[in-house]
Design a protein around this ligand. Structure first.
Ligand SMILES: [Zn+2]
Length: 233
């Protein structure tokens, strides 16, 4: 390929990003496994904890449901459903209760119109298009006669995907913060148990930090490719 050498070196950035994501994913899985074995003193399940939190906050129209899979827990605002996975719904562990409370943190963000969450929701469609199509447009711009304007359009499009990943960070950190405060304030977990839940939620947050870092590295790489193409022209 014409820009073969430049392509190879910048691809290192993508590999670094992928390694960061793998490390973060392995870390959250091992942390979850560790604290999934510690039963909470209250003996309530993740689902019961979520229901208690929603009740305490007077949230109406949001139900707690069981969803299949591993680490598939999420809040679906369009249906008003807190989806808790196999490992969370029926488990009485401090890990499960932490994750369930985190999803309720997202419910509270939604209920209170938390600004980063609104921004994140607004970015979803353009971010999806941008992160998939952006790279291809950059490559097209580079392959066909080094069309720099076309390549830069691809970079701009991809930036929306990066922005989405960055806006996700305050949303996730805030949901975990709300979760831990509520678990403590409502007496669902004791002080030591809250620390264990915090360890699980922090490990989960690192996966979002890793994917944000990976997309920033990818953006950097695209910029290097576009600028490298211009210099060689
Ligand atoms: Zn979350």
């Amino acid at each position: 390929m014409y820009y073969g050498y430049g392509f190879d070196t910048t691809y290192l950035l993508v590999i670094i990003g992928a390694v960061l994501c793998l490390v973060a994913s392995a870390h959250v899985k091992s942390t979850y496994r560790k604290y999934a074995g510690i039963r909470s003193a209250s003996g309530i399940t993740g689902a019961q904890a979520a229901e208690a939190i929603l009740r305490r906050n007077g949230v109406v129209g949001v139900t707690v449901q069981h969803v299949a899979g591993e680490l598939t827990d999420h809040y679906d605002p369009s249906r008003g459903v807190v989806n808790l996975s196999d490992a969370t719904y029926n488990s009485t562990s401090v890990a499960a209760i932490g994750v369930a409370a985190h999803e309720c943190g997202h419910v509270m963000q939604h209920e209170t119109g938390y600004l980063p969450l609104r921004l994140r929701t607004a970015l979803v469609p353009v971010a999806n298009i941008g992160s998939n199509l952006g790279i291809w447009i950059v490559m097209l711009g580079l392959i066909f006669g080094l069309n720099q304007s076309l390549a830069m359009i691809g970079v701009y499009l991809f930036s929306f995907g990066v922005l989405f990943q960055l806006v996700t960070l305050p949303v996730e950190f805030d949901a975990s913060h709300r979760a831990l405060v509520m678990l403590q304030d409502y007496g669902i977990l004791g002080d030591t148990e809250v620390k264990s839940s915090r360890a699980v939620l922090n490990a989960a947050a690192m996966t979002y930090v890793a994917s944000a870092a990976a997309s920033v590295l990818q953006l950097l790489r695209l910029l290097m490719l576009v600028n490298g193409g211009r210099r060689r022209r």
